[in-house]
Design a protein around this ligand. Structure first.
Ligand code: SF4
Ligand code: SF4
Length: 360
């Protein structure tokens, strides 16, 4: 856990203060004390099997009040990194989360590789001919598709294993279906409203309590999440409609612009909060946090630059370089989805669903 970013959580003496102050701790839930206890006792399988590790929004209240300095917030974040590493079968995530030199070299090499392919993959290019003579384009394409499917399935299997555990010892099938539906609705409502996150920010001891809503962490998180989803939607629509959408007023372009603004706003505010360490929850940023936020921010800013360049028809080498940076960063974000902090976008909704279903 310490290699994944936890502080000395073994200092915990099980007092329960963290459970008392956590706004997300429900009656008899023992959250997050129970998870810290699992760690102290070395019960890693029990800890990983508990969807509650994904329910924490890292507000930091527990760490501020822990009398032993066990820093439960950091421990929970480390547990999530460890869970992502365990659910991803290649071992790459473990290296990315635990070795900064490896992270830097790997992401830089990946960027160089993407840029190389962008510059050379043209049928008549001398290097393309050499590569495709050696390995046909279809094989490279199919290998890439196979890798994506493998990673996607491993994430789905990891998430489903959380759900399967919940079915053990539950009541009759009819009740299950009604409960499943209710849990699904509650999960969607939570993702749209971030109510649980808002509860953290609204706590009477919270630094954020009297701040404007647009500056509160729940809102910043919401803008990043829906910004990215909107950009994925715009990109998919562009692809499906085969519409280059170079006019600002086309629907796909409007969705992309609004989503891009939202994501850049959220990423910028998050970077500023982490640089200024505004509260305890922003104090311990790891390289994985910076790389993730930096990639989101860079993808957004270069995307807007390209929007202006394309709209104004400013075709020059500088704008081509910006386009290459935009494409390389976006490809890295997508390719490293399963290996990075980004993976919580899949695991948290599943855990929320498991949590709501478990309460039925
Ligand atoms: S983590 Fe800290 S507050 Fe929570 S039970 Fe342990 S000692 Fe108490
Ligand atoms: S960081 Fe906040 S949400 Fe997470 S366990 Fe601690 S008090 Fe609860």
């Amino acid at each position: 856990m310490q290699r994944y970013g936890a502080s000395d959580f073994t200092a915990c003496y099980n007092c329960g203060t963290c459970t008392a102050v956590c706004n997300l701790s429900e009656k008899n839930s023992e959250f997050p004390r129970k998870l810290v206890r699992y760690g102290v006792l070395g019960l890693k399988e029990e800890a990983l099997a508990d969807p509650a590790i994904w329910l924490c929004y890292a507000c930091g209240s527990c760490s501020e009040t822990c009398p032993r300095g066990a820093d439960p917030k950091n421990y929970m974040a480390a547990l999530r990194r460890y869970a992502v590493a365990r659910m991803e079968p290649t071992g790459l995530t473990r290296l990315l989360f635990t070795s900064n030199p490896f992270s830097v070299v790997f992401t830089a090499l990946l960027a160089v590789l993407f840029a190389f392919f962008m510059l050379t993959v043209k049928p008549d290019h001398v290097i393309s001919r050499w590569i495709f003579d050696w390995m046909p384009e279809e094989i490279i394409h199919n290998l890439g598709m196979g890798l994506f499917i493998f990673l996607g399935l491993s994430m789905v299997v990891g998430g489903l294993s959380m759900l399967v555990k919940l079915f053990k010892g539950k009541p009759a099938q009819e009740k299950r279906i009604a409960s499943l539906w209710k849990a699904f609705v509650e999960t969607v409502a939570e993702l749209i409203s971030m109510k649980r996150f808002r509860d953290c920010d609204a706590d009477e001891t919270s630094y954020w309590r009297d701040k404007p809503a647009v500056l509160k962490p729940w809102f910043v998180h919401l803008t990043i999440m829906w910004g990215f989803i909107g950009l994925l939607l715009a990109t998919a629509l562009d692809f499906i409609l085969k519409d280059p959408a170079t006019t600002l007023w086309l629907p796909t372009r409007l969705i992309g612009t609004a989503a891009g603004l939202s994501m850049v706003y959220g990423a910028t505010v998050s970077v500023v909060y982490r640089l200024k360490k505004v509260t305890m929850s922003y104090e311990d940023s790891r390289l994985a946090d910076w790389l993730f936020l930096g990639a989101l921010w860079l993808a957004g800013i270069t995307g807007f630059w390209m929007e202006i360049a394309v709209t104004g028809d400013y075709s020059n080498d500088f704008n081509r370089i910006i386009f290459m940076i935009h494409t390389v960063v976006s490809m890295e974000l997508v390719l490293l989805f399963a290996f990075s902090k980004f993976a919580h976008a899949i695991y948290r909704p599943i855990a929320l669903f498991a949590h709501f279903y478990g309460k039925k």
